[in-house]
Write a protein that binds this ligand. Structure first.
Ligand code: PXL
Length: 267
C-alpha cells in the first residue's frame, strides 16, 4: 500500500465537526493518508457555545510543518483556520517554498454558530500571502465578498463578479460555495479565469451544517492528491458534502456536524 498523502494546516475543533478533525475524517473517507499542522485550538463554553480561540506560536507551526515538508512529503496541502496575520504570512512563506503541486486555500473567516468575524487584517494577509500561491481557493459567499472587496453577495451575478475579482488575486481556480443566499438551491461556481462551471443542487434544509465548508475543501484536496482534475475534484466534493448534509445530526442544542460516512455508505 502506498496511499497518496494530504496535509491540512488548520485549527483544532475539539468538538470534532470542523477544522482539522473534519479534514482528517474527509481524507480518510476519500482514501488519502491525512497529516496535520495545528495552528490554533478552538474550545467551546458548554453553556453558551462561545468559542475560545487560542493561536499556537509560529515556531510550533514551523516545527510541525518541517516534520511533513521535508520530513515526509505531501501530494496536496490545504489550509483552514489561520488565526493571525503573523501565522498567515508564515504559512504562506512555508507553502511558497514547499514545491507541493496542489495547494488548496480555504479562507476561513468565521465559524458557523458564531457571528464573530476573524479580524479584517487577516483578509489582507490572505490576499497577500495565500491567494497568489493557491491552485484552488474555496470561499463561501461571505468570504468571497470579503476577498473581492464587495459589500455583499446576493445573487448569481454577484457570485460571478466575485469569482472574477478573486481570480485576479492570483489563484488558478476560484471555487465559490453558495448556499446561504438562496432559499431553494445551492450553487457551486468554479472559475479558471476563462470559463465558469456552475453546478446547482437542491438546497438541503438542515441547520446542522457544522464542518461543511472544511470538509468540502478537504475533499477537493484529497481528490487532487489522487490525481483528479480540479473540475472532477469539485464535483466529488459537492457530492460528498451533500451526502454528509443529508445525514447531518445535532450533537447538542447549539450545533451539529455533517456525517462524514454518508457518501461512502451511499446515503
Ligand atoms: O467552520 C469553520 C471552522 C474552521 N476551523 C475550526 C473551527 C471552525 C468553526 O468552528 O473551529 C478549527
Amino acid at each position: 500500500m502506498n496511499p497518496k498523502k494530504a496535509l491540512t494546516i488548520a485549527g483544532s475543533d475539539c468538538s470534532g465537526g470542523a477544522g482539522l478533525q473534519a479534514d482528517l475524517k474527509t481524507f480518510q473517507e476519500r482514501d488519502v493518508y491525512g497529516m496535520t499542522v495545528v495552528t490554533v485550538t478552538v474550545a467551546m463554553v458548554p453553556d453558551t457555545w462561545a468559542h475560545i480561540v487560542k493561536p499556537l506560536p509560529v515556531e510550533t507551526i514551523k516545527e510541525q510543518f518541517a516534520t511533513i515538508i521535508p520530513g515526509i512529503g505531501a501530494d496536496a496541502i490545504k489550509t483552514g483556520m489561520l488565526p493571525t496575520v503573523e501565522i498567515i504570512d508564515a504559512v504562506g512563506a512555508l507553502l511558497a517554498k514547499s514545491n507541493c503541486p496542489h495547494i488548496v486555500i480555504d479562507p476561513v473567516m468565521v465559524c458557523k454558530g458564531t457571528s464573530e468575524p476573524l479580524f479584517p487584517e487577516n483578509t489582507e494577509a490572505m490576499k497577500r500571502s495565500l491567494l497568489p500561491i493557491a491552485e484552488v481557493v474555496t470561499p463561501n459567499t461571505f468570504e468571497a465578498a470579503q476577498l473581492a472587496g464587495m459589500d455583499d453577495i446576493k445573487n448569481k451575478d454577484d457570485i460571478l463578479a466575485a469569482a472574477e475579482a478573486i481570480h485576479k488575486l492570483g489563484p488558478k481556480y476560484v471555487l465559490i460555495k453558495a448556499a446561504r443566499i438562496f432559499a431553494d438551491k445551492a450553487m457551486d461556481v468554479l472559475y479558471d479565469g476563462k470559463q465558469f462551471t456552475i453546478k446547482e443542487n437542491p438546497r438541503i434544509n438542515t441547520t446542522w451544517t457544522h464542518g461543511a465548508g472544511c470538509s468540502f475543501s478537504a475533499c477537493v484536496t484529497a481528490e487532487l492528491a489522487k490525481g483528479a482534475s480540479v473540475e472532477e475534484a469539485a464535483a466529488t466534493a459537492t457530492a460528498f458534502v451533500n451526502a454528509g448534509l443529508r445525514e447531518s445530526f445535532p450533537y447538542n442544542k447549539f450545533t451539529g456536524p455533517i456525517y462524514h460516512k454518508a457518501f461512502a455508505k451511499g446515503l
